[in-house]
Design a protein around this ligand. Structure first.
Ligand code: GLN
Length: 185
């Protein structure tokens, strides 16, 4: 099992630390050639979605990732990654557009920049959640399974091979969301 981690900007090292802790081989994707390597899954980390989106386009990684998503490659998008996967972004431009979701960027406003909470996730119980200028999903299509909500807002969802969280599981010591993703492989 080998996981590629998009390493253009944002919190990619923290995902590597999680995968290392789980003994899962992983490598960074910094350019088009890296994406040609064999991989069983891809992580798109949190960061600044506009910056990551721009770099994906410049590096000609947009189409290959989009095609891979449509061809069933398991992809986990955290925070900015959730935004990049969405079909529609309120106040933003669609990037990969592969997940049948509408996402609101900076959904908790500028005042509440970041917070921590705990909520049930999928079938795995309560997990710690770190939100940093986080989005949430305002609409989800029929194929989208809602995995977690906080205050009535969708903060984690899955559509077949695609997993998205509004929070950063890699910034907690809890490995279960990564394990959940690996179970999708
Ligand atoms: N607010 C950021 C954006 O719009 C996402 C923040 C994050 O990934 N922690 O891209």
């Amino acid at each position: 099992m080998k996981i590629g981690i998009l390493a253009l900007q944002g919190a990619f090292i923290e995902h590597k630390i999680m995968l290392d802790a789980l003994d899962v081989e992983n490598f960074e994707i910094r350019q088009r050639a890296d994406f040609s390597r064999d991989m069983d899954g891809l992580i798109i980390p949190g960061g600044e979605s506009t910056v990551i989106g721009k770099l994906l386009a410049e590096l000609e990684l947009l189409e290959p990732i989009k095609n891979a998503a449509e061809n069933g490659l398991p992809i986990f998008g955290a925070c900015a990654g959730m935004i990049l996967l969405a079909q529609k972004i309120i106040d933003g431009m669609t990037c990969l557009g592969v997940m049948d979701t509408v996402v609101r960027r900076n959904a908790y406003g500028r005042q509440l920049g970041s917070f921590r909470t705990q909520a049930p996730f999928g079938g795995i119980g309560e997990i710690p959640m770190v939100f940093i200028r986080a989005p949430y999903i305002t609409e989800a299509g029929e194929a989208v399974e809602i995995l977690a909500t906080v205050d009535g807002n969708i903060v984690a969802a899955r559509q077949n091979n695609l997993l998205a969280t509004a929070f950063h599981p890699e910034l907690t010591g809890d490995l279960r969301v990564h394990q959940y993703f690996l179970s999708m492989l």
